[in-house]
Design a protein around this ligand. Structure first.
Ligand code: HEC
Ligand code: HEC
Length: 421
């Protein structure tokens, strides 16, 4: 039996993930859990910051060994999402002062067995291809359903698409869809003149922990990008920084399990793709192996009420008719792009990182396209959703072709160990 309604579970999952892997601390009312998680790191900091693998960084990793730290944390997101659980259902005291990530619990041991079972199923039946994942069976429940309900059989059909699309005949070609997009945001020639940009605005992290943050994005052609969210009014809160300098990427999220670390897995590929697509003129070179799916309808993710209030931007839950193009980016990661049929604009991208237990999805929704000079248009609102939480950035200003110091894209300053930790 599922123990909680889906909504409650998702909220709890997102909150806890948010606290441990991407949250900010509210200086006035620090959640105890996050502060204590930081005080009791279950990690080897040096292994983490030098891009060490899961079993080098953590104490009790037995099956998900030898994988990049970002992918390992992604597997925890997949387990939580697939089973509709939060971290504390497998980890003693997650979310309290007594968190002990390494300790085994019966359910954690069961989850470990499931990883092995899943790998065996895939090996024995699908030539080692990752066809069966936790989600294949669990679908947000701790115990999978066994019997089709007639409601399901005769009810409205599910909307979910395959992760990996095959070319559908009779549709626009990928080139046509991408050309329409480039035309809609200013035309290939004008876009090719953009070699850097700096954007400023505000951020509202899911749950309100990030409310009131200042957001900055720096981008340098062809593939450098940094995004920084900080709190000028309360510097003790720390900032969240993601950087990619064309080769290496870093993630700095104060008070999470690890703090600051080098990206070496799927998050590195994702960071590179985000950087490359910051300059859409090169989209047809960046994405390879293009295929077009059937046109479909997408709906905005419902915004958490705290975020709607704090950011002052209501999400309309609008439905959009979209053309769908999928391609492969850095190191072959899949990215699915959704283009508004009427305007041609890119309204959503879902990219998929790799992990031993399934793909790790990250979704970015783009809204509020505005002219940033010379007929070039850029989205001023970005909604990020990943397994660890959500973030909205509302930009107020974008400046094109401004010089950016190279250091912006490098390793962020280490997380302070003196303040609030
Ligand atoms: C369904 C159970 C389950 C859920 C939910 C879960 N984990 Fe885990 N976690 C595991 C298992 C199993 C391992 C050990 C993996 C192995 O042995 O390869 C583990 C290991 C870890 C470790 C390494 C600890 C150490 O020192 O060895 C960390 C850190 C961790 N999980 C964090 C999280 C976070 C954060 C969440 C919530 C986002 C979470 N986990 C949710 C099952 C779970
Ligand atoms: C082939 C289908 C299948 C796959 C794939 C699968 N599971 Fe399961 N899992 C089950 C079934 C069936 C049960 C319920 C068994 C029972 O009730 O005794 C279960 C039970 C569990 C439980 C115990 C839940 C509880 O509340 O007692 C955990 C934890 C779990 N699975 C984790 C995972 C994880 C993590 C993955 C991915 C690595 C995974 N499972 C993949 C079928 C699957």
């Amino acid at each position: 039996m599922q123990r909680y309604s889906k909504v409650v579970v998702l909220c709890v999952v997102a909150m806890v993930l948010c606290i441990f892997t991407s949250a900010f601390l509210d200086a006035q009312t620090p959640p105890k859990s996050a502060a204590s998680a930081a005080k009791k790191p279950a990690v080897s900091k040096s292994a983490a910051t030098s891009g060490g693998t899961s079993d080098q960084v953590f104490k009790n990793v037995q099956v998900l060994k030898g994988i990049p730290l970002d992918d390992f944390l992604g597997t925890m997101g997949i387990m939580s999402a697939s089973l509709g659980m939060d971290c504390s259902e497998c980890h003693i005291g997650a979310g309290t002062v007594k968190v002990d990530w390494a300790a085994d619990t019966p359910i954690k041991i069961r989850a470990r067995q499931m990883v092995q079972m899943m790998a065996t199923i895939n090996k024995t039946n699908f030539g080692g291809r990752q066809m069966v994942t936790c989600w294949s069976c669990h679908r947000g429940r701790d115990r999978p359903l066994t019997t089709p309900t007639l409601e399901n059989v005769y009810g409205p059909p599910g909307q979910e698409m395959d992760d990996v699309l095959t070319n559908q005949p009779g549709q626009f070609t990928a080139t046509q869809v991408l050309d329409k997009y480039l035309q809609a945001i200013g035309g290939a020639d004008r876009l090719a003149t953009v070699k850097s940009w700096v954007a400023t605005g505000k951020s509202a992290t899911f749950g309100g922990f990030g409310g009131g943050g200042r957001a900055q994005i720096f981008a340098q052609f062809p593939d450098k990008r940094a995004s920084v969210t900080d709190f000028p009014g309360s510097p003790d809160r720390g900032d969240e920084t993601r950087t990619f300098n064309g080769t290496t990427g870093w993630l700095r999220t104060p008070l999470n399990v690890v703090g600051e670390y080098e990206l070496t897995g799927g998050e590195l590929d994702g960071a590179k793709l985000d950087a490359q697509l910051s300059f859409p003129a090169q989209i047809k070179e960046v994405l390879t192996d293009l295929r077009v799916g059937l046109p479909t309808t997408i709906t905005d993710l419902p915004a958490p009420s705290s975020q709607t209030k704090e950011s002052g931007v209501a999400v309309s839950n609008q439905e959009k008719l979209v053309n769908v193009v999928q391609g492969r980016g850095p190191r072959g990661i899949y990215a699915t792009l959704y283009f508004d049929q009427a305007s041609g604009l890119l309204v959503r991208m879902v990219r998929y990182g790799k992990s031993p237990i399934g793909r790790i999805p990250t979704q970015i929704d783009y809204y509020d396209y505005r002219d940033v000079g010379g007929g070039i248009k850029m989205p001023f609102r970005l909604n990020f959703a990943w397994l660890d939480g959500r973030d909205t950035i509302q930009l107020s200003e974008v400046k094109l072709n401004v010089p950016i110091d190279e250091s912006k894209f490098g390793r962020p300053a280490p997380v302070s160990t003196t303040k609030g930790r």
